[in-house]
Every structure is written in structure tokens, then in C-alpha cells.
Design a protein around this ligand. Structure first.
Ligand SMILES: Nc1nc2c(c(=O)[nH]1)N[C@H]1C(S)=C(S)[C@@H](COP(=O)(O)O)O[C@H]1N2
Ligand SMILES: [Mo]
Length: 162
């Protein structure tokens, strides 16, 4: 009798285990097929991988922002993308002291909650009607309320600081 119970329990345990690995495999396949991946550290679930597939579930944002460079030049740009605030919100991030956004080349900046939560702060994927060239700039952080050096080309990682 006891033996039977143990066997049932073990079968049940194996079933649970298999269904879990099945899930994580599915997620891995999705990440492998993604056009772009951004790691977000410090969410409720720890580090998560945010991909173009996840982005499609969010409402798109369109803004006009002026890129101001150190050399004094100003260029008006139309951007389509996703509000940084909404991206973080999708992973349960609401309270934080700062957020760091880092590029593939290591270029990084730190942002106040005010800038992070601004309507004009987006992860842009389409510039002036043209999707970014995935080869060199997959996703660009556009910060309407800050100068060009706060805009991050080719975003690789977002770190949320408590
Ligand atoms: N990844 C990355 N993003 C970056 C930079 C950089 O060196 N690397 N330079 C910044 C600066 S100083 C400016 S003015 C803007 C615009 O750069 P651009 O002159 O290449 O258009 O991108 C910003 N984002
Ligand atoms: Mo710059």
C-alpha cells in the first residue's frame, strides 16, 4: 500500500518537473528567435529578458523629440516605440531610486524616476518611419526631456536600482 503511494507521488513529481522544464524551454526558444533582447535587472522576478515579441503586447508610443548634440546641432526626429515606464511596469517595477540604461558598446547613463516616468522617454524602434537597422542599433532609448548624450543607441541592459 505504502509502496503504491510512493510510486504515485514520484510519478506526480516527475510530471510537475517535466511540465516546468517544458515551459522554460518554450521561453528559451522564444528568446532565441527574437530580433532583439534587452536584459532588465532588478525586477520583481529578478533579471528578465525583454524581447521584440514581448514589446508587441504593449501599446505603441509615437513622439517627436529634438536631438541636441554637444556640437550645438539640433535635429527633430519622429520616434515610434514603447514608453520605458510601461516596459518596466509590465515587470512590476514601480518604486526605484534610479534606472541605468546600458548600450551594447558599454555606454551607459543613470536616470531619475522623473525622467524614467516621462511620456517622452521611450525605447524607440522606428525613426522617421524607418525601422532601426537591426545590425547596428536594435533599440534606442529616446529621452525627449534630456540632451543627446542621455539618448542610448543599441540598448542592451536596463538596471533598476531599489
Ligand atoms: N551606445 C551609445 N549611445 C550613445 C552614444 C554612444 O557613444 N554610444 N553617444 C551619445 C551622444 S553623446 C549623442 S549626442 C547621441 C547622438 O549620437 P550621434 O552623434 O551618433 O547621432 O547618442 C548618444 N548615445
Ligand atoms: Mo553628444
Amino acid at each position: 500500500m505504502r509502496m503504491k503511494k510512493t510510486i504515485y507521488f514520484m510519478l506526480f513529481a516527475i510530471l510537475i518537473l517535466v511540465s516546468f522544464t517544458g515551459c522554460s524551454q518554450k521561453q528559451e526558444v522564444a528568446v532565441q528567435n527574437a530580433e532583439w533582447i534587452i536584459s532588465i535587472e532588478g525586477t520583481k522576478e529578478g533579471t528578465v529578458e525583454f524581447t521584440n515579441i514581448d514589446a508587441e503586447k504593449l501599446s505603441p508610443k509615437e513622439i517627436t523629440a529634438i536631438l541636441k548634440k554637444k556640437d550645438g546641432s539640433e535635429t527633430e526626429q519622429n520616434w515610434k516605440g514603447y514608453a520605458l515606464k510601461e516596459v518596466l511596469g509590465a515587470y512590476g517595477v514601480k518604486e526605484f531610486s534610479t534606472v541605468v540604461v546600458e548600450a551594447e558598446d558599454g555606454y551607459a547613463k543613470e536616470y531619475t524616476p522623473e525622467l524614467v516616468n516621462s511620456e517622452g522617454t521611450i525605447l524607440g524602434t522606428v525613426l522617421d518611419g524607418k525601422p532601426l537597422d537591426k545590425a547596428d542599433n536594435k533599440v534606442q532609448l529616446v529621452v525627449k526631456d534630456a540632451s543627446g548624450n542621455m539618448w542610448i543607441k543599441n540598448v542592451a541592459k536596463i538596471i533598476v536600482n531599489k
